[in-house]
Write a protein that binds this ligand. Structure first.
Ligand code: HEM
Length: 156
């Protein structure tokens, strides 16, 4: 129940960011151009190294989850996905690096991913934040920035 509440709160936070409204935090004025994410967000993740640790934890929780791990076992390449997700998430958080993988629509087109499976990955993302001591506020910025991909990733 607590988890469902978290997902709901994140969805609302995502919608708020998408609407162009910034979530304010005391003493924070600068924002990156991407999705109104505060310029401090990447540093709060621990830079690219911290994002890499977060992505490793994300895949740890994904592979423990019987609702979705079989998809990654059958179609995924976890090492490649950890490397590419580190690039993508660092970039989304305002890092200077470039994402070198496939587009989100091309990568997920044939997988028939449902909203329930997508939410299971979001759950793993929050668990990875907790595991890496990343504050809920900062975690929400990344989740909200990735939320727009839902419409091309969820095809079923
Ligand atoms: C916002 C959420 C998501 C992001 C940011 C994301 C990101 C990525 C990235 C960066 C890749 C690598 C693309 C490449 O190999 O060039 C990938 C591939 C993949 N993703 Fe996702 N993903 C998301 C959601 C999901 C969900 C919900 C599932 C399944 C439940 C999933 C399953 C897979 C699989 C199986 C692959 C490998 C596809 C292949 O190599 O053919 N992803 N994803």
């Amino acid at each position: 129940m607590k988890r469902m509440k978290s997902l709901l709160v994140s969805a609302v936070a995502g919608a708020t960011l998408l609407a162009g409204t910034q979530i304010a935090q005391a003493g924070e004025s600068k924002t990156n151009p991407i999705m109104g994410i505060p310029s401090a967000a990447l540093a709060r993740f621990g830079g690219e190294y911290g994002v890499h640790n977060w992505v490793e934890s994300l895949f740890y929780y994904i592979m423990l989850d019987n609702r979705i791990n079989y998809i990654f076992k059958e179609f995924g390449n976890v090492d490649r996905q950890i490397a590419l997700n580190t690039q993508l998430e660092t970039m989304v958080l305002g890092g200077p690096n470039e994402y070198q993988g496939a587009s989100m629509s091309a990568a997920h087109a044939d997988l028939g991913i449902t909203m329930t499976q997508f939410n299971a990955v979001v759950e793993a993302a929050y668990n990875a934040c907790e595991r890496n001591n990343i504050a809920y506020y900062t975690c929400n910025h990344l989740i909200a920035a990735l939320a727009p991909f839902t419409r091309v990733i969820v095809t079923k």
